[in-house]
Design a protein around this ligand. Structure first.
Ligand code: NI
Length: 205
């Protein structure tokens, strides 16, 4: 074997290694593995609603423009999950106040999925148990359905549905909407009051 042949073989091997290195560059592989950002925004959460506050005032989503909305859908007769989640929201707001974060650009909302039993009076009694800025919203069954549809919240009667002691199966998550009414984030039951507070501090400071 001549020196020339050895050099040619070495050159071919080097070019092969270089090609492998270029094709495996992180930039190329990451781009092909990740979904396009537009995909995540394909299903919009949120939209118009027209409801009544626990003080009897009619409101629409447009009344809250310029503020972040922290929304929880549930019902006042809920035996467990709703009071826990509303207590968590209350704790998150307490943490913000302890850190002197102004809450003027934040509106926490509790929207009922049970308009039959959650009258204005019932909502007023219930929200008084939680943070003073929490606004309870109810309405006609049609108004509530418009809201749950817009925010993609599943709910359905269960248990003893013939009596007045029925339960409501419902999705449980805290939704964070932006000042233009756009979806920003959500918090599942696994996330703590501190998790919610940390997210809000960055937005409200
Ligand atoms: Ni509940």
């Amino acid at each position: 074997m001549t020196i020339l042949r050895l050099l040619v073989i070495a050159l071919i091997i080097s070019l092969g290694l270089l090609a492998i290195l270029i094709l495996n560059r992180p930039g190329i592989t990451i781009r092909s593995d990740q979904p396009a950002p537009e995909m995540a925004e394909a299903v919009p959460i949120g939209g118009p609603f027209s409801l009544v506050t626990h003080e009897g005032q009619p409101v629409t989503d447009a009344d809250f423009r310029g503020k972040y909305m922290l929304i929880y859908f549930g019902y006042t007769y809920c035996p467990d999950v709703c009071p826990m989640e509303l207590a968590k929201i209350t704790r998150a707001l307490d943490i913000l106040e302890e850190r002197s974060i102004p809450l003027t650009r934040l509106q926490p909302l509790f929207i009922t999925v049970d308009p039959e039993r959650d009258t204005v009076e019932q909502m007023a009694l219930y929200v008084s148990l939680f943070h003073p800025t929490l606004l309870g919203l109810t309405g006609t069954p049609e108004q509530v359905k418009q809201a749950t549809d817009a925010y993609r919240v599943y709910s359905q009667k269960s248990g003893d549905i013939e009596s007045n002691a029925y339960l409501m199966d419902h999705a449980s998550m805290v939704l964070l909407m932006g000042p233009e009414g756009q979806f920003v984030d959500f918090f599942s039951s696994r996330e703590t009051a501190e998790d919610i507070a940390i997210t809000l501090v960055d937005l409200l400071e």
